[in-house]
Write a protein that binds this ligand. Sequence first.
Ligand SMILES: Cc1ncc(COP(=O)(O)O)c(C=O)c1O
Length: 436
Amino acid sequence: MSLQGPKTKEFFERAAKVIPYGVNSNFRYWGDEDTLVIRRGEGAYVWDMDGKRYIDYRLGFGPIILGHAEPRVVKSVQEAITQGTTFAWTTPLEVEVAERITRMTGMDKVRLTNTGSEATMHALRIARAHTNREKFIKFEGCYHGQVDYFMYSTASADKRMLGSRRSPISAPTTSGIPKDIAKYVINLPFNDFERLEETIESQWNEIAAVFVEPVLGNAAGIFPLPGYLEKIRELTAKHGIVLVFDEVKTGFRLANGGAQEYFGIQADLATYAKALGNGFPVAAIAGREEVMSTIEPGAVAHGGTYSGNTAGVAAAAATLAILEEEPVIETINQRGQALMEGIDEILTEAGIPHVVTGAPSMFSLFIGSDQPPRDFRDYLAGDGELYEEIAMELIRRGVQPDADGREPWFLCYALSQEDVAETLSVFNEAVKAAKK
Ligand SMILES: Cc1ncc(COP(=O)(O)O)c(C=O)c1O
């Protein structure tokens, strides 16, 4: 049964005539029958073209930390843009946002940009310029945006191409990348202490950076094993390698200070986007003074016509103010904890082997085993099909996580206890329907 009602279908068909596959990002295409067209969002809900309401756990792939169309964020943007949007000069709002970001994250300096991909692309350049080395390490299942260098062994890469754990291969996620780029990228299985140490100790003088999503926000919220992030920190510090926490998903979500605060580890650079602007395009590269000062006009480039544009920055100013002044993360964590426990109980009663992974503000369900996945390879051995069936039954009933189990359930501040209760009741029905 298609997810599309008649009006949604009509608009999807119009979209598909003029936009390849009817979507402006490949991840949004769920097939011709199940790709939705959304008319509006408010708080924790979205409505499709047929007026069907969903409790939204996709939240635009994570940015909506407060809720859709949060009135104070909307007002901040409305007021700011009446004064103009982009001037090719610094604005007071940029100063305010940079002060908030540095205060909240503990970083010394920050440059603003528009998207997560731009932030990671610049972070890689800064790390290379800072170290005068060209290679970098990333981890299988981690996604760092649409930059060619990062498009290897992401959660969308062909699993048969990953090679063995002992000698991983960088598996391209897409056609269209020059073959030679692969020689700059070292992909390692996450949480493998031995492989990490061996790689860094043998090749450190060629490695500019280690990029890591501190929690695998694109691979079922897999958590670092105790001591793993510390090990990365220790080895990178020892060899002058720039440690980059890609906090595009974890930033302003795991804690106000993101994964750095949550795990008590200081990275050299961190990239932020998503929750920073509650859905507006604004992103940041933040870092220690010594590394950020590598950016130097005429020597090491960072630029962008829309970097620091008023709409994004006004959204960030309002979002960060609310995060600093109200118990946003605490409230989200309470709701998330209740959901994680409730879902765990329902799946246990249904006799479905599973592990609830991740943190309450971004959790995932690993179906098919009782053993927590250590890395993306473990995740692939789970029962992704059963997860998808449960997710589709949920969506038909008005609760919308991603149908792809690699994408976590994201929570927002607007989600109420009643929404949690409704979600659990629908989850119970969905599991029964999927088992049939
Ligand atoms: C960890 C991480 N880094 C980078 C990106 C890229 O961000 P954007 O889609 O804003 O370019 C994403 C997007 O999902 C992400 O999850």
